[in-house]
Write a protein that binds this ligand. Structure first.
Ligand code: NIG
Ligand code: FE
Length: 404
């Protein structure tokens, strides 16, 4: 396998204890899809460099780990700009959902769309995220809500990973909303979505299981049944928790050693303690907070003090977060949630990797995947500082480069 040297770089490795894992005169040696060596260029041994086929002079640019968007609902039919207008006329997200709009209107459009059409639309969105440095993307189902339509959405997610230069992880979110054919029979629907789980897993379509534990979603007791089924099948769980109210979903998720709890604006002190004990990542979603004009902030300082790792993601979806800019999310994590620029970047790299259960990425270190971004900035803090400017020069995914 040929070795490639990327030199004359400033590296934000996010590895080790130094701020940003900073290496001023750095170099990276890759072999195939892995990082073979990373460090001060002067320390690269000639033996290791021997056999290097290509050299890329990065001209002093900043290199970070490839971005990881660990929470999206990228595959869906239609869009919901009309509901945006309704909200501007005074309707709330919950009122629209209870009136049969919201998630259920996207379910109707997703069921109607062909698999190819869903793929075409989702690929465009994925390319927008990749254009700002995303190398790993999580995609949830939850707009199909029948075995056939959930499978269709999840197959599209898998196809994105095959046809585009990025890694895609899929989460089964059957417990997202109640489909119309189960109206008034919510427990029956929970049973059905649990029954579909082994089949979807058997088709190789499920990496983790998610649920929406909320007044307009599923109760903690119903969420528990979903998680018990997942655990029996050996699948990891995550949860949309405490987004619109405190349901105690976080404590439940922690009981099942959830990879992550996401949203968390209404998270309680008990929930924070439970997450700290179970090692669950807090995924914060500033796009949904902003777009819903939420005013209750997630308890960032308390999470920080408890040592709970915080990830940042786009939550791209047509209802609450139609954003396709991970860099804007870094900025909003700082301006709205008061994370530091370094916390924000760690949130979209190393902690996002952990929220997906991926140990092979999120930092620049020997042995990890060669997923990294080359940026036209003088310091990585600028990634969170600008908004509406994309300084990506090059995205390298699995050792393969695509320029911008
Ligand atoms: O993450 N909270 C539930 N799910 C999405 C919203 C989905 C939708 O409105 O279509 C979210 O905010
Ligand atoms: Fe979500």
């Amino acid at each position: 396998m040929s070795r490639v040297l990327w030199h004359n770089a400033q590296l934000a490795t996010l590895d080790g204890d130094a701020p940003w894992g900073w290496i001023a005169n750095g170099a990276l040696l890759t072999e195939g899809d892995r990082i073979l060596w990373v460090g001060e260029a002067a320390q690269l041994s000639p033996e290791l460099a021997a056999g290097t086929l290509r050299r890329h002079d990065l001209r002093g640019a900043v290199v970070t780990p490839g971005l990881i968007d660990c929470h999206t609902h990228l595959v869906y039919g239609g869009q919901r700009a009309h509901e945006f207008e309704l909200r501007l006329q005074g309707a709330s997200y919950e009122e629209i959902a209870r009136a049969g709009g919201g998630i259920r209107s996207t379910v109707a459009a997703t069921r109607e769309a062909s698999e190819d059409e869903l793929f075409k639309q989702a690929a465009k969105r994925a390319q927008a995220l990749m254009g700002e440095g995303v190398c790993t993307l999580e995609v949830k189902s939850g707009y199909g809500l029948s075995l056939i339509d959930e499978a269709k959405q999840l197959r599209v997610a898998r196809r994105l990973g095959k046809e585009l230069a990025l890694t895609v992880r899929s989460s089964y979110l059957g417990a997202h909303a109640l489909p119309p054919e189960f109206a008034g029979r919510q427990d029956d629907y929970v049973q059905a979505l649990c029954d579909w789980m082994p089949e979807l897993q058997g088709l190789g379509l499920v990496d983790a299981v998610d649920a929406f534990c909320e007044g307009i979603g599923f109760t903690p007791a119903q969420t528990r049944r979903v998680f018990e089924t997942a655990k029996r099948l050996g699948l990891s769980v995550k949860l949309h928790a405490e987004q619109l109210s405190d349901q105690g979903g976080t404590q439940l998720a922690a009981e099942f050693s959830a990879l992550s709890c996401d949203h968390l604006e209404y998270l309680s002190a008990e929930g924070i303690g439970a997450m700290a004990r179970s090692g669950t990542v807090a995924v914060l979603l500033p796009g949904a907070y902003y777009f819903l004009r939420e005013t209750k902030l997630p308890p960032v300082q308390a999470l920080r003090e408890a040592g709970v790792p915080m990830a940042i993601a786009t939550d791209h979806n047509p209802g609450t977060s139609p954003v396709l800019s991970p860099l804007l999310m870094l900025n909003m994590a700082c301006t709205l949630f008061r994370l530091t620029p370094e916390e924000a970047l760690r949130g979209m790299t190393m902690h996002a990797a952990r929220a997906l259960g991926l140990a092979d990425r999120g930092r620049l270190a020997a042995g990890l995947r060669a997923d990294f971004c080359v940026w036209d900035v003088a310091h990585p803090r600028e990634l969170a500082y600008y908004f509406g400017r994309n300084p990506l020069l090059q995205r390298v995914c699995g050792g393969k480069s695509s320029g911008n």
